[in-house]
Design a protein. Structure first.
Length: 115
């Protein structure tokens, strides 16, 4: 599966599971460790964990073949899932506001935004 297709599939899966303010960023040529970021907000710890668990379950179905590497926790308000060329950031509203990843990676191009 191509990274862009994977990014779209991950964003769609997050939307289905009630992720908020979903953003797919193209970081090709901007970032050395990933081609795309998917950002999403979860309104509670339970929602953040459910989003992460759902993406992990769907990972093999998407045809990639292994579980994503995971960092962080729902209790910290930030879960990172590393799908290789696509990195997913699941953040609480407070963490998303504090870290402002959209501003940090503003050189990237917004491919998809689901409010």
């Amino acid at each position: 599966m191509e990274p862009l297709e994977l990014g779209h599939d991950l964003a769609d899966a997050l939307a289905e599971k009630k992720g908020e303010d979903i953003l797919l960023l193209d970081l090709t040529g901007v970032c050395t460790f990933a081609d795309y970021f998917v950002l999403a907000t979860g309104l509670s710890e339970r929602t953040l964990q459910a989003l992460a668990d759902d993406l992990q379950r769907r990972f093999k179905v998407l045809g990639v073949g292994r579980r994503a590497l995971s960092e962080g926790s729902a209790s910290s308000g930030w879960i990172l899932l590393d799908f290789g060329s696509v990195i997913v950031h699941l953040l609480s509203p407070a963490q998303r506001s504090f870290y402002r990843l959209e501003e940090l990676w503003q050189e990237g191009r917004v491919i998809l935004r689901i409010a």
